[in-house]
Write a protein of this length. Structure first.
Lengths: 250, 78
């Protein structure tokens, strides 16, 4: 892809921004090598700590600006878990809050020019999606025992249709981590690649570059929205899966 | 111009897989359009259904994601 030798005057490498590089020189990447992925993930964690630990340190009755942002985020996610997963899903609220806040900050940090978007890598999002998948499956089996299988046996449907529906339900259940992870990674990757393509146009157009620049501004604004919505969608789907695990009976 | 026909087929297939985006676009547009028309009829019930709309969008979008997955597989795995 990006390594193709383009011979024309227009050279755009929109995928180069996603290359994983070691931070301290060299090319070899082992599991312990600090890379730009490590750096930007750590920065996301630092931002979360700054907002939620340092920002709420005062515990003021009339919250400061940072504290009220943290309280709004907390209330927003809490209400989402309560609405979608039900009252007994609230016990797992810390996990969903962690996922949501981390993804929001990883997405937004990736929007800084020259930054690296950790959530654009399927390896990163698949780890989170698989963690959710195993957590939800194990929770469902522990809570409901063999009754968890009634998730696939839709008792509202006519009896003749149930085996076919059960097959479809089983397939869609195991496809969940795939769509869960690729939705986030694909959205982040595609959006950043679009911005880079327009930036490549701006580089060769001279004075005419105002049009690609206007397009970049518009796409960037859209990306800010998409960054938040994708984190929201990831969290709300986790809530839906959690509800299925807690109440498998349709 | 040498190069094997398998790779050409893979690239054409990857391009064709992008038509799946259109289907996802229709699906997402349908979900949001119906949400808006419902919300304009009964604005007081709209706020409680926003989460449902996003879940619907996510499911409609999942099928578009599979076409993207097919394109990725054709480009890098075949």
């Amino acid at each position: 892809m990006a390594s193709d030798q383009a011979t024309g005057g227009l050279q755009i490498h929109p995928m180069d921004q996603f290359i994983v590089k070691p931070l301290f020189g060299g090319d070899a990447i082992h599991w312990y090598t600090p890379t730009n992925v490590t750096l930007w993930m750590a920065l996301a964690v630092v931002c979360v700590v700054l907002l939620l630990v340092i920002g709420t340190r005062g515990r003021a009755l009339v919250p400061s600006r940072v504290q009220s942002i943290a309280e709004l985020a907390y209330g927003f996610v809490y209400k989402m878990v309560e609405d979608v997963s039900g009252k007994d899903g609230v016990k797992y609220f810390p996990y969903i809050m962690t996922l949501f806040i981390f993804i929001v900050f990883a997405n937004f940090l990736g929007l800084i020019p020259m930054a690296f978007t950790t959530t654009s890598h399927i390896a990163v999002t698949a780890t989170m999606a698989l963690a959710v998948f195993f957590f939800v499956t194990i929770l469902g089996v522990v809570k409901n025992g063999i009754g968890f299988l009634s998730l696939f046996w839709i008792s509202a449907a006519p009896l003749a249709l149930r085996p076919i529906l059960a097959l479809i339900e089983v397939i869609s259940y195991f496809v969940r981590p795939v769509s869960h992870s690729i939705r986030l990674a694909g959205n982040m990757m595609a959006g950043h690649a679009v911005i880079k393509v327009f930036a490549g146009f701006a580089g060769v157009l001279g004075v005419g570059a105002v049009f690609p620049l206007a397009a970049i501004t518009a796409v960037y604004a859209l990306e800010v929205l998409v960054s938040f919505i994708q984190a929201y969608v990831f969290a709300i789907l986790t809530c839906v899966y959690l509800r299925d695990a807690l109440h498998p009976h349709h | 111009m040498e190069g094997d026909i398998v790779q050409m087929g893979a690239y054409i297939g990857a391009g064709l897989a992008c038509t799946g985006m259109g289907g996802a676009a229709v699906g997402v547009g349908h979900v949001v359009g119906n949400y808006i028309s419902g919300a304009l009829r009964n604005p007081s019930a709209a706020a409680s259904q926003t989460a449902t709309m996003f879940i619907g969008i996510a499911f409609a979008e999942a099928l578009g994601i599979f076409s993207f997955l097919v394109a990725l597989l054709l480009m890098f795995a075949v």
